[in-house]
Design a protein around this ligand. Structure first.
Ligand code: CAA
Length: 295
């Protein structure tokens, strides 16, 4: 049975080479997943060689760790490593049929990325963005073929989180949507199709939790108390450990987007951006004890 709103699988385009724009935390994690699960060449790019090298080194290190734990055979590990390459030369994306970006969460930056890549790739290539809260339609506003752009939103840690939000804009065509759904299936993830709304589905809920956690702090509840407050409902992490994982800058951006879209529904903490400027984790959780590192 097809998931709600899913197009016919037969419309999915074959993916023989993947292009990943951005070599940061999210991009490196999903580049590795593409190589492991699709077993096709994956090329990564970023602004400079140092960033590209860092992303490729991260992937190689993760593959070695998986091999050492017996999760990948030595042959598979070598194959996966050989499939991943890094470059600052975007013309190497010319034969990619699925190109996904995870660059800085700023509309103009993402529009620029697609303006550069669209003339390089074939007309049949499918384009995707891992944006967590920008409008996918606006990201594709200047594309010659906006029908081939889809949102493909991973969660951190990519290897473990089972869900992908596939964001369907009013322009996205069925072949693009079917390709995205097919890739999610091959990655072993469950995919939900969501409308192109601020925060899609997951971040609407998450921004509520993060906002209320920030509000409790602002009202004087000690951080370790707030941090432990989600354990009784079975969530694996407290709100601040989760923000540490996602990154405070990303969390602040999600919060800004939601407050901007729905000022009456979401809480704008005056302290969130100051906390986002602190370089490093703000919470240490050890054997149920929570330490506030923000002071
Ligand atoms: N990469 C790969 N694998 C990882 C990993 C990582 N970064 N972190 C953990 N794992 C794996 C471990 O290897 C382990 O695998 P096995 O069971 O096969 O050994 C498994 O995950 C569990 O890890 P641990 O035993 O070390 O730790 P844990 O049981 O405490 O789980 C966790 C860690 C999976 C991160 C768990 O705490 C969790 O699910 N946290 C919530 C994460 C979450 O909500 N993420 C969504 C954030 S929102 C977002 O990303 C998007 C956005 O737009 C803001």
């Amino acid at each position: 049975k097809r998931p709600a709103g899913a197009p016919d699988k037969a419309l999915a385009k074959p993916v023989k080479k993947v292009g990943v724009i951005g070599a940061g935390l999210m991009a490196s994690q999903f580049a590795l997943l593409f190589a492991r699960k699709l077993r096709v060449p994956v090329v990564i790019t970023d602004l400079d060689q140092a960033r590209v090298d860092k992303g490729v080194a991260y992937i190689r290190g993760e593959v070695d760790a998986m091999r050492d734990k017996g999760r990948l055979s030595p042959d598979d590990a070598n194959q996966v490593k050989a499939l991943v390459s890094g470059t600052t030369d975007k013309t190497q994306f010319a034969d990619c049929d699925w190109v996904i970006e995870a660059v800085f969460e700023e509309l103009g930056v993402k529009q620029q990325v697609f303006a550069e890549i669209e003339p390089i790739v074939a007309e049949t290539a499918v384009l995707a963005t891992n944006t967590s809260s920008l409008s996918v339609e606006e990201i594709g506003a200047n594309l010659a073929h906006p029908e081939r752009l889809v949102g493909f939103h991973f969660f951190n840690p990519v290897a473990v989180m089972p869900l992908i939000e596939v964001v369907n804009t009013p322009a996205t065509d069925d072949a693009t949507l079917a390709t995205a759904m097919g890739i999610a299936r091959k990655l072993g993830k469950s995919a939900v199709i969501t409308a192109d709304r601020p925060g899609f589905v997951v971040n609407r809920l998450l921004a509520k939790v993060m906002g209320e956690a920030a509000r409790a702090l602002d009202e004087g509840t000690p951080l370790p108390v707030v941090e432990r407050s989600l354990a009784p409902i079975g969530l694996p992490m407290g709100p601040f450990e989760l923000i540490d994982l996602v990154g405070w800058k990303v969390a602040a951006h999600v919060q800004d987007t939601m407050v901007g879209a729905f000022p009456e529904r979401f809480y704008a903490s005056p302290n969130l951006h100051a906390l986002a400027e602190i370089d490093g984790p703000l919470v240490k959780t050890k054997q149920g004890k929570v330490e506030d590192l923000s002071k």
